[in-house]
Design a protein around this ligand. Structure first.
Ligand code: ADP
Ligand code: MG
Ligand code: MG
Length: 250
């Protein structure tokens, strides 16, 4: 099956349980939003999916295209097509955007296979055009002195270049003005289709005006308490999160 299946997923930090039985199926071809009040496990879910060693899976499984990824290192997961856009992107001193992209593309190839300059440069120009970004940006050092908007644009640039099968975007909208939000949404929407699946994690409905999700799931206290269509995000926007918190204790 071409899908991500999260099955009864429990995860902890040290002795503290954070995810308490998440069940989700995200078919390739669909983007699902994950929403929920702050501090309820949304980012933890993203980090567990990409194999952040700080979190321990205590029960359950994550299957990508039918294969359990729990024992895989983060780079193996990336080669399975998983891509995480970070909530707080890192700075890597001395590495330009161009270097980074080239290395990241190379890392996803099989051994002995080279990313040709033509392939790299062709993709880069197309991606920069989608993002309405000047070519000179790629000579800048990764995230050094970037504005919030530039960091997000850079995440989307990475995504366009790496062509992941499944994306996980965590709070990509935080701190973005409407113009930057539209650029991000444009980039994601340009990749939408049968070949792309993923999760868009967001506290606010705003981004979902521009990237309309196929489904919406609400996480409270480490569990999915409700799933629905895009209208669920609108309801949260209008009514806030109080009613969902009650669902969690019911
Ligand atoms: P959300 O993304 O929904 O705001 P998080 O997944 O970031 O929530 O956090 C869920 C809960 O787990 C919070 O109470 C948070 O403090 C706790 N938590 C997450 N990561 C860690 C960590 N590395 N160490 C300690 N507590 C953590
Ligand atoms: Mg948070
Ligand atoms: Mg978070």
């Amino acid at each position: 099956p071409h899908q991500i299946e999260i099955r009864n997923l429990h995860a902890s930090v040290g002795d503290l349980p954070i995810l308490k039985g998440i069940d989700l199926i995200i078919p390739r071809g669909e983007l699902h939003a994950v929403m929920g009040p702050n501090g309820n496990g949304k980012s933890t879910l993203a980090k567990v999916m990409v194999g952040d060693p700080e979190y321990t899976v205590t029960e359950g499984d994550i299957l990508v295209d039918g294969v359990s990824i729990l024992e895989m290192e983060p780079d193996e997961r990336a080669r399975m097509g998983l891509f995480l856009a970070f909530q707080y992107p890192v700075e890597i001193p001395g590495v330009t955007i161009a270097n980074f992209l080239r290395l990241a593309m190379q890392a996803r190839k099989e051994e002995g296979e080279e990313v040709s300059f033509t392939e790299f440069y062709g993709k880069l120009l197309a991606a920069l055009k989608t993002l309405d970004w000047d070519e000179s940006i790629v000579e800048r050092y990764l995230n050094a002195g970037f504005s919030g908007g530039e960091k997000k644009r850079n995440e989307i640039l990475q995504m366009l270049m790496l062509e992941p099968t499944y994306i996980i975007m965590d709070e990509t909208d935080s701190g973005l003005d409407v113009d930057a939000l539209k650029v991000v949404a444009n980039g994601v929407n340009s990749m939408r289709g049968e070949k792309l699946g993923g999760l868009i994690i967001t506290h606010y409905q705003r981004l979902l005006d521009y990237i309309v999700p196929d489904k919406v799931h609400i996480i409270v206290d480490g569990k999915v308490v409700q799933s629905g269509g895009p209208e669920l995000a609108k309801k949260l926007d209008a009514q806030g999160y109080d009613w969902v918190k009650e669902l969690a204790t019911a």
